[in-house]
Design a protein around this ligand. Sequence first.
Ligand SMILES: *[C@@H]1O[C@H](CO)[C@@H](O)[C@H](O)[C@H]1NC(C)=O
Length: 199
Amino acid sequence: MKYLAASALLFQATVLAGPIIEARQRQDFAVFTGVSSFRGQGCEGATVTYDEINQVATVIYPNYGVVIPQGPREESCSTTLQVRFPVGECTSGTAIGRATGTVNVPVGVTAFFSTRDYAIQPTIGTITDVSPNGQWTGPRSEDYVLQDNIGYTLTPPNAQNSLVNFTVFGDLSLQPQNGPVGSLSNRQFVFDIRTQIPC
Ligand SMILES: *[C@@H]1O[C@H](CO)[C@@H](O)[C@H](O)[C@H]1NC(C)=O
């Protein structure tokens, strides 16, 4: 009897604690604002969706790909996602970027996903990114994942500087461009800012 009563109380306490913790997170944590922009031919038709707490952005690129012999043989795209940080508070975190797509190259053809790096604006803090380029020498035929780690420490001094743009660059190409056949695509990019630590 005693055990039952205790577990019923615990259950009630857990139910009550749930929404309170969630409300606090929404207030004090960095979130996507929903403002995004795309530059470059590869970005044509790109769309972005967010999870319900606005900390995971999923970008779909219907046209970010290169193919020989018909072309396009080279395409770039820079994707900007805007994040709102708590004003006057230091936020430290590691954002995870994940680019996925497919590569198909025969012997003698190499596929490149190059100039991958991140920029933040305005520059109100420090950022260190590890964003590996992709390079596949044929014969290769696979789905790939490139994972990025973007460490940052930011303290927005005022509301105007609390909206921070994260821009990721990238360029797809195949070599040699007069090769027989081959393709490389980047279909999806997921940017996850859930790992945040007050500092
Ligand atoms: C961030 O990106 C948005 C959308 O492209 C743009 O309107 C805004 O001016 C940018 N902000 C900064 C600080 O670059």
